[in-house]
Structure formats: structure tokens, C-alpha cells
Design a binder for this molecule. Sequence first.
Ligand code: DGL
Length: 258
Amino acid sequence: MATIGIFDSGSGGLSVYRELAKMLPGERFVYFSDNAHCPYGDKSPEYIRERASAITDILLGMGADIIVVACNTATAAAISYLRENYPEVPFVGMEPAVKPAALGTQSGVIGVLATAGTLRGSKYLDTKGKWGGGVRIVEQVGKGFVELVEEGLLDGSEVESTVRASVQPLLDEGADIIVLGCTHYPFLRPVIQRIAGNSVRIIDPAPAVAKRTADVLLERGLIGKENVRNLEAVPDTVDSSFYSSGLPDSMGRILRYL
Ligand code: DGL
């Protein structure tokens, strides 16, 4: 059985845990929410690198064989640093799914919702340079989204108006695909979809990240092919532990929705 360490600035990475647990339900999961230091979106890369190292040490101490950086902002700021400093540890990171969006758009406009830290990261800028050629990419920070999810507020009129303020500008520009570039945002997906309408496709990279994690574990011989599943929901039997640097309430609220 492999131990999969996962971390995020808060509960957002649970959207990635959900896909991992559906694909690898027989493995052991250790999740760390750094909610005492959330949000990461407007923090400096140096600060995030420090947090990412401290959390990596904690997860390795709990026996993690692989670490999933279930946070686009932390991936942008810290994954190269982590790979350099822990060369023996496999890391899987997140990145806004610009490529499938660029390949799939009919209107020629794709919308990216992410934090400020992700949008100015060199990885994202490289991907944009590579796939953004024939399409127009419009970006918005999901202002207030992380705070709503940490509060467990996923619907209602306050949520709707906060979400609309960041989604409407993408629609006004003609985006027919919206990429969720922050792991908190999938918990607001029903509201985003309602505002955008059914003709707009929303892409969450979490299933692709779960697949990549399974591939790395297979390549390293840490799991066998028979351990890779494709369940509809997270089964109750999954061996998971959840830790946080702040109060655990937020995670408890979000875990109810998985
Ligand atoms: N969940 C995070 C991400 O994917 C970070 C949100 C934040 O802390 O600002 O970017």
C-alpha cells in the first residue's frame, strides 16, 4: 500500500483528494491543510516555499511515498524548489488546464480563473505561450472564492454575487470554456455553471492530476495496475487522515460534500 501525501493552503485540495481516492481507493492518504496561513494567493513565492518545505517534512514524517501539491499557487511558487531539495521524493503538481481548453474552444476565447500568484507564475506563462497562440486567453482572479470555500459557503445569494463578479467578465469576452486554476474553485462549480449557462464548459484538472499520480506510483512499482480504479464516489473505507495548521472546522465542513 502506498502512502499519498497531499497539501493545500486550506480545504481546496480536497477537490483533488476526492479524485485520488476514487482512483486509488486502496491506498493510504494523509492530507494537510495549511489553513493557519491561508490564502496563499497573495503571498510571496519565498513565503510559500518555506511553508511547502515545512509541510513536506511533516508529510514525509508520516510516511508519504509521494506528495501531491494540490494547490496551483504552491505549485507555481514551490514545486521546482521542492524537487531540487528533495530529489528522492516524487512530487505531482497542479497547473491550469490551458492545453485542453485551447484545443476544445469553439469561440476561440478561453477563460482562466486562478489566484494572482498562479497567474504570474512562470509555469503558467510558459503554458500560455505554448498553447495560447491561436486562441485568446482571458483571466480573472476568483476574488473572495477561497474565503467562501474555507467558510463552507458554497451557495446562496452572497455566494452567487461574489462568483458572478469574477465570472461575468469572462463571459462578456466570449469565453466558451472556463478553466478552474485553483483547487478551491471546484467546490463553487455548480454556481459557476449556473452563472455561465450550460453552453460553457468548465474544466477542472483534478482527474488528470489523479491519473498522473497513479502513473508515477505505477512507474515506481509502488502500486500495481489492479490498484487503479475508477469509482463514482469516494468509498467510506478509504484510509485517510486529515491535519490542519489551524482550526479543523473548515475541512470538516467541506468533507461533508465529498
Ligand atoms: N487552493 C489554492 C490554489 O489552488 C490556493 C488558494 C489560496 O490559498 O489562495 O491555488
